[in-house]
Design a protein around this ligand. Sequence first.
Ligand code: GRF
Length: 221
Amino acid sequence: MPSTLLRIAVLASGRGSNFAALLAARANGQSPLEFVLVGSDKANAGALQLAKTAGIPTLVLDPRDYAERRDYDFALFERIAASKPDLLVLAGFMRIIDADALTPWVGRMINIHPSLLPKYRGLHTHRRALEAGDSEHGASVHYVTAELDGGPVIAQAALTIEPGDDENTLAARLLPLEHQLLPAVVALIASERLSLAADTIIFDGQVLRKPLRWHQGALIA
Ligand code: GRF
Protein backbone atom coordinates (compact mmCIF):
# COMPACT_ATOMS: atom_id res chain seq x y z
CA MET A 1 0.00 0.00 0.00
CA PRO A 2 1.49 3.42 -0.92
CA SER A 3 2.25 5.65 2.05
CA THR A 4 0.70 8.77 0.50
CA LEU A 5 -2.94 9.52 -0.19
CA LEU A 6 -4.10 9.69 -3.79
CA ARG A 7 -5.13 13.28 -4.46
CA ILE A 8 -8.43 13.29 -6.33
CA ALA A 9 -10.30 16.04 -8.14
CA VAL A 10 -13.86 15.33 -9.25
CA LEU A 11 -16.01 16.97 -11.93
CA ALA A 12 -19.75 16.43 -11.75
CA SER A 13 -22.74 18.17 -13.30
CA GLY A 14 -25.66 16.43 -11.66
CA ARG A 15 -26.93 14.91 -8.46
CA GLY A 16 -23.52 13.53 -7.49
CA SER A 17 -24.42 10.05 -6.34
CA ASN A 18 -21.20 8.62 -7.81
CA PHE A 19 -19.19 11.23 -5.95
CA ALA A 20 -21.13 10.29 -2.81
CA ALA A 21 -20.02 6.69 -3.37
CA LEU A 22 -16.39 7.84 -3.53
CA LEU A 23 -16.84 9.82 -0.34
CA ALA A 24 -18.22 6.71 1.34
CA ALA A 25 -15.25 4.67 0.10
CA ARG A 26 -12.87 7.13 1.71
CA ALA A 27 -14.88 7.19 4.91
CA ASN A 28 -14.91 3.41 5.27
CA GLY A 29 -11.19 3.17 4.53
CA GLN A 30 -11.61 1.30 1.23
CA SER A 31 -9.12 3.66 -0.40
CA PRO A 32 -6.31 5.95 0.72
CA LEU A 33 -7.85 9.07 -0.85
CA GLU A 34 -7.82 12.79 -0.39
CA PHE A 35 -10.32 14.95 -2.27
CA VAL A 36 -8.62 18.17 -3.31
CA LEU A 37 -11.39 19.72 -5.42
CA VAL A 38 -14.94 19.13 -6.63
CA GLY A 39 -15.80 21.19 -9.69
CA SER A 40 -18.92 21.70 -11.73
CA ASP A 41 -20.39 23.59 -14.64
CA LYS A 42 -23.66 23.87 -12.70
CA ALA A 43 -23.95 25.95 -9.53
CA ASN A 44 -26.75 23.73 -8.24
CA ALA A 45 -24.97 20.39 -8.77
CA GLY A 46 -25.62 18.01 -5.89
CA ALA A 47 -21.95 17.06 -5.79
CA LEU A 48 -21.01 20.62 -4.77
CA GLN A 49 -23.29 20.52 -1.77
CA LEU A 50 -21.92 17.15 -0.72
CA ALA A 51 -18.37 18.48 -1.06
CA LYS A 52 -19.12 21.58 1.00
CA THR A 53 -20.64 19.46 3.74
CA ALA A 54 -17.51 17.30 3.71
CA GLY A 55 -15.21 20.35 3.83
CA ILE A 56 -13.79 19.77 0.35
CA PRO A 57 -12.89 22.81 -1.80
CA THR A 58 -15.37 23.46 -4.61
CA LEU A 59 -15.24 25.25 -7.92
CA VAL A 60 -18.06 26.40 -10.19
CA LEU A 61 -17.24 27.67 -13.65
CA ASP A 62 -20.21 28.69 -15.77
CA PRO A 63 -19.73 27.97 -19.47
CA ARG A 64 -21.90 30.99 -20.29
CA ASP A 65 -19.09 33.22 -19.03
CA TYR A 66 -16.79 32.03 -21.83
CA ALA A 67 -17.02 32.89 -25.52
CA GLU A 68 -15.75 29.52 -26.72
CA ARG A 69 -15.98 26.01 -25.31
CA ARG A 70 -12.23 25.72 -25.66
CA ASP A 71 -11.65 28.81 -23.48
CA TYR A 72 -13.89 27.32 -20.84
CA ASP A 73 -12.11 23.99 -20.89
CA PHE A 74 -8.65 25.55 -20.62
CA ALA A 75 -9.80 27.74 -17.72
CA LEU A 76 -11.34 24.76 -15.97
CA PHE A 77 -8.29 22.55 -16.37
CA GLU A 78 -5.98 25.34 -15.24
CA ARG A 79 -7.96 25.60 -12.01
CA ILE A 80 -7.97 21.84 -11.57
CA ALA A 81 -4.20 21.68 -12.14
CA ALA A 82 -3.72 24.29 -9.41
CA SER A 83 -5.18 21.84 -6.90
CA LYS A 84 -2.50 19.30 -7.92
CA PRO A 85 -4.59 16.14 -8.21
CA ASP A 86 -3.03 12.78 -9.02
CA LEU A 87 -6.32 11.66 -10.55
CA LEU A 88 -9.26 13.50 -12.07
CA VAL A 89 -12.57 11.63 -11.90
CA LEU A 90 -15.44 12.57 -14.19
CA ALA A 91 -18.49 11.46 -12.19
CA GLY A 92 -21.42 12.54 -14.30
CA PHE A 93 -19.69 15.53 -15.91
CA MET A 94 -22.01 16.20 -18.82
CA ARG A 95 -19.75 18.17 -21.13
CA ILE A 96 -17.57 17.21 -24.05
CA ILE A 97 -14.04 18.39 -23.28
CA ASP A 98 -11.73 19.98 -25.83
CA ALA A 99 -9.08 17.51 -26.99
CA ASP A 100 -6.15 19.89 -26.48
CA ALA A 101 -7.31 20.75 -22.96
CA LEU A 102 -7.60 17.14 -21.87
CA THR A 103 -4.54 15.68 -23.58
CA PRO A 104 -2.13 16.55 -20.72
CA TRP A 105 -4.44 14.56 -18.42
CA VAL A 106 -4.54 11.35 -20.41
CA GLY A 107 -3.63 8.53 -18.01
CA ARG A 108 -4.71 10.62 -15.01
CA MET A 109 -8.41 11.05 -15.81
CA ILE A 110 -11.20 8.47 -15.66
CA ASN A 111 -14.91 8.60 -16.46
CA ILE A 112 -17.91 6.48 -15.54
CA HIS A 113 -20.26 5.84 -18.41
CA PRO A 114 -23.61 4.02 -18.20
CA SER A 115 -23.14 1.45 -20.95
CA LEU A 116 -21.03 -1.56 -21.76
CA LEU A 117 -18.55 0.32 -23.93
CA PRO A 118 -17.80 0.27 -26.82
CA LYS A 119 -21.59 0.11 -27.07
CA TYR A 120 -23.51 3.35 -26.76
CA ARG A 121 -21.05 6.16 -26.42
CA GLY A 122 -22.76 9.48 -25.70
CA LEU A 123 -26.27 10.00 -24.34
CA HIS A 124 -29.47 7.97 -23.79
CA THR A 125 -27.60 4.74 -23.21
CA HIS A 126 -30.44 2.93 -21.39
CA ARG A 127 -32.94 3.73 -24.14
CA ARG A 128 -30.51 2.64 -26.84
CA ALA A 129 -29.78 -0.68 -25.13
CA LEU A 130 -33.53 -1.35 -24.87
CA GLU A 131 -34.21 -0.30 -28.46
CA ALA A 132 -31.46 -2.60 -29.68
CA GLY A 133 -33.08 -5.53 -27.86
CA ASP A 134 -29.92 -6.20 -25.84
CA SER A 135 -30.07 -8.92 -23.21
CA GLU A 136 -27.57 -7.14 -20.98
CA HIS A 137 -26.58 -3.62 -20.11
CA GLY A 138 -24.09 -2.09 -17.74
CA ALA A 139 -21.59 0.58 -16.81
CA SER A 140 -17.95 1.13 -17.71
CA VAL A 141 -15.09 3.03 -16.14
CA HIS A 142 -12.54 4.10 -18.70
CA TYR A 143 -9.50 6.31 -19.08
CA VAL A 144 -10.47 9.52 -20.82
CA THR A 145 -8.91 10.29 -24.17
CA ALA A 146 -9.81 12.81 -26.86
CA GLU A 147 -12.26 10.32 -28.34
CA LEU A 148 -15.66 10.76 -26.61
CA ASP A 149 -16.30 7.74 -24.34
CA GLY A 150 -13.63 6.00 -26.42
CA GLY A 151 -10.63 5.63 -24.11
CA PRO A 152 -9.33 2.28 -22.83
CA VAL A 153 -11.96 0.56 -20.68
CA ILE A 154 -10.72 -0.42 -17.22
CA ALA A 155 -13.71 -2.22 -15.75
CA GLN A 156 -17.37 -2.99 -16.31
CA ALA A 157 -20.40 -4.04 -14.30
CA ALA A 158 -23.22 -5.76 -16.17
CA LEU A 159 -26.84 -6.59 -15.46
CA THR A 160 -29.48 -8.61 -17.26
CA ILE A 161 -32.23 -6.68 -19.03
CA GLU A 162 -35.56 -8.08 -17.84
CA PRO A 163 -38.77 -8.20 -19.85
CA GLY A 164 -40.74 -5.12 -18.91
CA ASP A 165 -37.63 -3.01 -18.17
CA ASP A 166 -37.86 0.60 -19.25
CA GLU A 167 -35.29 3.37 -19.17
CA ASN A 168 -36.13 4.23 -15.58
CA THR A 169 -35.99 0.72 -14.18
CA LEU A 170 -32.74 0.03 -15.99
CA ALA A 171 -31.14 3.25 -14.76
CA ALA A 172 -32.33 2.53 -11.21
CA ARG A 173 -30.87 -0.99 -11.22
CA LEU A 174 -27.63 0.13 -12.79
CA LEU A 175 -26.88 3.03 -10.47
CA PRO A 176 -26.02 0.91 -7.39
CA LEU A 177 -23.60 -1.04 -9.57
CA GLU A 178 -21.97 2.22 -10.69
CA HIS A 179 -21.58 3.12 -7.03
CA GLN A 180 -19.57 -0.04 -6.46
CA LEU A 181 -17.63 -0.02 -9.71
CA LEU A 182 -16.22 3.50 -9.55
CA PRO A 183 -14.80 3.29 -6.00
CA ALA A 184 -13.37 -0.16 -6.78
CA VAL A 185 -11.45 1.23 -9.76
CA VAL A 186 -10.29 4.26 -7.79
CA ALA A 187 -9.07 1.89 -5.06
CA LEU A 188 -6.95 0.03 -7.63
CA ILE A 189 -5.41 3.29 -8.82
CA ALA A 190 -4.85 4.48 -5.23
CA SER A 191 -3.03 1.25 -4.42
CA GLU A 192 -0.91 1.65 -7.59
CA ARG A 193 -2.19 -1.59 -9.14
CA LEU A 194 -3.52 0.11 -12.26
CA SER A 195 -2.04 2.57 -14.74
CA LEU A 196 -2.08 3.58 -18.38
CA ALA A 197 1.06 3.30 -20.53
CA ALA A 198 0.52 4.83 -23.98
CA ASP A 199 -2.92 3.38 -24.75
CA THR A 200 -2.42 0.16 -22.81
CA ILE A 201 -3.81 -0.52 -19.36
CA ILE A 202 -1.37 -2.17 -16.97
CA PHE A 203 -2.96 -4.12 -14.12
CA ASP A 204 -0.77 -5.81 -11.50
CA GLY A 205 2.19 -5.49 -13.84
CA GLN A 206 0.47 -7.18 -16.80
CA VAL A 207 -1.20 -5.79 -19.90
CA LEU A 208 -4.97 -5.80 -19.34
CA ARG A 209 -6.40 -7.28 -22.53
CA LYS A 210 -10.06 -7.00 -21.62
CA PRO A 211 -11.87 -4.94 -19.01
CA LEU A 212 -12.04 -6.16 -15.42
CA ARG A 213 -15.51 -7.37 -14.48
CA TRP A 214 -17.47 -6.56 -11.36
CA HIS A 215 -18.59 -9.93 -10.08
CA GLN A 216 -20.07 -10.77 -6.69
CA GLY A 217 -18.63 -7.72 -4.99
CA ALA A 218 -15.14 -7.74 -6.49
CA LEU A 219 -13.29 -6.83 -9.67
CA ILE A 220 -12.00 -9.89 -11.49
CA ALA A 221 -9.83 -10.24 -14.57
C1 GRF B 1 -24.31 8.29 -14.01
O1 GRF B 1 -25.26 7.45 -14.57
C2 GRF B 1 -23.02 8.19 -14.76
O2 GRF B 1 -22.79 6.92 -15.29
C3 GRF B 1 -23.24 9.17 -15.88
O3 GRF B 1 -23.96 10.23 -15.31
C4 GRF B 1 -24.69 9.75 -14.19
C5 GRF B 1 -24.28 10.59 -13.02
O4 GRF B 1 -25.04 10.33 -11.88
N1 GRF B 1 -21.97 9.54 -16.48
P1 GRF B 1 -24.65 10.99 -10.50
O5 GRF B 1 -24.63 12.50 -10.72
O6 GRF B 1 -23.31 10.48 -10.09
O7 GRF B 1 -25.73 10.62 -9.54
